[in-house]
Design a protein around this ligand. Structure first.
Ligand SMILES: *Cc1c(COP(=O)(O)O)cnc(C)c1O
Length: 228
């Protein structure tokens, strides 16, 4: 069951200035269809297997966002149809996306994941790694390598916290990095998407310049990972 009032409320808050990605992980295709029938087209999933089960059962004009941690050996399964990969955090992964995109005669849009929270995680670049990574990608693209991926922006997750000032500070850091690259003179690094904000913090993210929010539980209800 979709919370329709919440959906309309969020759309009015986004007011056409940011894209809503409805995060449907663990939720049945019936729920996705319900939101689709209300006009939603961008959906986000975290698990390759789950996405592969759902995608063929749903309309072909859905734009599927992969927002989870993607393993290189699974890229081939989603490369034929994925719309945007949010969590690119290594050269190995980007290179594999490029290879699989090429095999499918596609160019796949990607976001680089940046580690902005103070929390321990294996995933995401820090500021210095991001700088080195974008330079490397630019160099390869000048050599006509990596021509089947487009780096469209950044993605980040703030700390799980009710400290609003902390969350705001983390989003502001990401926005600053985003602006730096949005103005970059490197032709292959053209940032236009800043993916930040989830159910609990999307309002702060919008105030801090998000252009894409990823919202699950507010739309679909709480997830129950134990349900079979
Ligand atoms: C699950 C998830 C979301 C959505 O979380 P909610 O709190 O349900 O809105 C957003 N982004 C990522 C990367 C996620 O894994």
């Amino acid at each position: 069951m979709i919370n329709q009032a919440q959906f309309k409320q969020i759309l009015s808050e986004l007011n056409g200035k940011a894209t809503l990605v409805a995060v449907s992980k663990t939720k049945p295709v019936e729920d996705i269809r319900e939101l689709y029938d209300l006009g939603q087209r961008d959906f986000g999933e975290n698990y390759v297997q789950e996405l592969l089960e759902k995608q063929p059962q749903l309309p072909a004009d859905i734009r599927w966002h992969f927002i989870g941690h993607l393993q290189s050996n699974k890229v081939k399964y989603i490369a034929p149809f994925v719309h945007l990969i949010h969590g690119v955090d290594s050269y190995k992964l980007l290179n594999e996306i490029n290879t699989q995109a090429s095999k499918n005669n596609r160019t796949i849009d990607c976001l680089l994941q940046v580690h902005i929270s103070g929390e321990e995680t294996k995933f995401g670049f820090d500021e210095e790694e991001l700088s080195l990574f974008t330079e490397t990608v630019a160099k390869y693209q000048q050599l006509s390598v990596l021509n089947h991926v487009r780096i469209c922006g950044l993605m980040g997750m703030a700390s799980f916290s009710d400290n609003e000032a902390l969350i705001r500070r983390e989003f502001a850091i990401l926005k600053t990095l985003f602006s730096k690259y949005a103005q970059s003179s490197i032709p292959s690094i053209q940032f236009s998407i800043l993916s930040m904000g989830m159910s609990s913090d999307y309002k702060i993210a919008l105030e801090e310049g998000s252009t894409m929010v990823r919202i699950g539980s507010l739309l679909f209800g709480q997830r129950n990972y134990n349900a079979s």
